[in-house]
Design a protein around this ligand. Structure first.
Ligand SMILES: [Ca+2]
Ligand SMILES: [Ca+2]
Ligand SMILES: [Ca+2]
Ligand SMILES: [Ca+2]
Length: 464
């Protein structure tokens, strides 16, 4: 049985810009067996380990990787666990599988930690190099990967940090991804050239030596990729197929609120259910965008739309092929953009700006109206397809209990015309008002702006 099968490029220059056509592991022959290369040649004083020949294979670069033990370093047990966890985290996105093995001879790949970067062309923190998958019968019997000595400061390997992004990149390269500067990502001429739209950088791909802010050198424990990027996911899926069993329930993706260890960028790959990106814990403004990465060359958002809290270096993008239905803002003045599907969009407190795009969208007003601090602007309200939901708890004087607003509670004009007008639409200004007592003494409270001259009626409002 062959360990390898052949793939060709996809024809999409962005996706093709991060992987090598040719060999990929054939998963019908079982998981990729990983040996963490520490076991041989301990020199007895707690120091170096020695890289050894395995089944007589040629080493990746004999001139550079000295095999006398001076160039390799031991992994710790927690390193080994982190490496396997990082590798296995790729399984959620595609059909690849990893398994650790204690046997050099039985391994498909062996991973070495090496001291200094002199055998790879990029002597920088977070540098790595992995040979492409290889058929065992061709003489070079294993595919070896090398991780350049990681500075102790970022060896925590907590997802979100540079250490984790690095080992995730090594694992991704082990199954066929490759550097954007070697595969010709559009506009990229050299390793440090970020290329068109700056995509040759994390968090746009794992397969880059460049890093966007916060751009830590050694101690970066937040702000990096926690998963492959949307471009990387597309390449992994082109090689191994998509994993359609991932996150099929109703999932909540909650935005991080601080630049702390564990905060980083997650590409959402979600194969089903009704899902929500939520800023439930955010008190500062957030931007949520439910559109998938287009992967279209020439599109500045080809690598994904980044949902995040202001000034926080972490959050979400949505992989191509994943539909996230709903968005919930936080307490700040948020910007929320839906997608072509039916979305439930909830701004929460704050003066939010909302856009549903296509589909039958529902805009939810569940927080207490306030004519200064809680007026949401809906940029594309459509009477034909959209609905406004009002929470009884916050619009408490509305008489309708649940369901469609009774027509006597709705009025078009600049103010109420009788006691039971509770929702008023000003056709000329596009403002929506909540009036607790109609023509009574309590003032009407503006709670939204939805566009002028719309054919609004009570049917647009549903009480929840
Ligand atoms: Ca889901
Ligand atoms: Ca808000
Ligand atoms: Ca609001
Ligand atoms: Ca929509």
């Amino acid at each position: 049985m062959s360990r390898i099968k052949q793939i060709t490029k996809t024809g999409n220059p962005l996706v093709d810009g991060v992987f090598t056509a040719g060999n990929v592991w054939d998963m019908s022959d079982g998981p990729v067996k990983v040996k963490i290369g520490t076991a041989n040649g301990h020199n007895g004083d707690g120091g170096w380990f020695e890289a050894v020949d395995v089944k007589g294979r040629d080493v990746f670069d004999p001139d550079a990787l000295a095999r006398n033990g001076s160039d390799t370093q031991p992994w710790t047990l927690s390193d080994e666990q982190a490496l396997m966890q990082a590798a296995q985290s790729l399984e959620a996105f595609c059909g690849v599988k990893f398994e650790s093995t204690s046997s050099f001879e039985g391994a498909d790949v062996v991973w070495w930690r090496v001291y200094g970067g002199r055998f790879v062309d990029l002597d920088i923190p977070g540098s790595f190099e992995h040979e492409a998958p290889v058929e065992p019968i061709t003489g070079q019997q294993q595919s070896w990967g090398y991780l350049v000595n990681l500075h102790d400061g970022f060896q925590s390997y907590v997802p979100g940090g540079l250490g984790f992004q690095t080992i995730l990149g090594l694992a991704a390269q082990a199954v066929g991804l490759n550097w954007a500067h070697e595969e010709g990502m559009p506009g990229v001429d050299s390793p440090y050239d970020k290329g068109d739209f700056g995509f040759n950088a994390s968090p746009y791909t794992l397969m880059s030596v460049n890093k966007l802010p916060p751009n830590h050198s050694f101690y970066g424990n937040y702000g990096f990729l926690k998963t492959p990027s949307a471009i990387d996911v597309a390449a992994l899926q082109a090689m191994y197929g998509a994993n359609m069993t991932t996150a099929t329930g109703n999932n909540q993706y909650v935005l991080p609120t601080a630049n702390v260890q564990g905060t980083g960028w997650t590409t959402i790959w979600d194969a089903g259910g009704i899902d929500t990106i939520s800023a439930a814990y955010s008190t500062l403004p957030v931007s949520i965008n439910l559109n998938q990465a287009s992967l279209n060359v020439g599109d500045p958002n080809a690598a994904g739309y980044f949902s995040r809290q202001m000034n926080v270096y972490g959050g979400f993008t949505i992989a191509k092929g994943t539909v996230i239905e709903n968005a919930t803002g936080g307490k700040g003045n948020d910007l929320i953009v839906g997608n072509a599907y039916a979305n439930v969009i909830k701004g929460g407190l704050g003066n939010d700006t909302l856009k549903g795009l296509g589909g039958r969208d529902t805009f939810v007003f569940s927080s207490k109206p306030n004519s200064k601090t809680n007026i949401d602007k809906i940029l594309d309200y459509s009477v034909a397809s959209d609905t406004i939901q009002l929470a009884k708890a916050s619009f408490s004087k509305i008489v309708t209990k649940k369901g469609a607003l009774k027509s006597n509670e709705f009025w078009k004009g600049t103010k109420a015309h009788d006691r039971d007008d509770h929702i008023i639409y000003d056709t000329k200004s596009g403002a929506l008002y909540y009036d607790p007592d109609g023509t009574g003494s309590a003032a009407a409270i503006k709670f939204a702006t939805i566009g002028k001259n719309l054919k609004m009626s009570a049917a647009e409002f549903v009480i929840i």
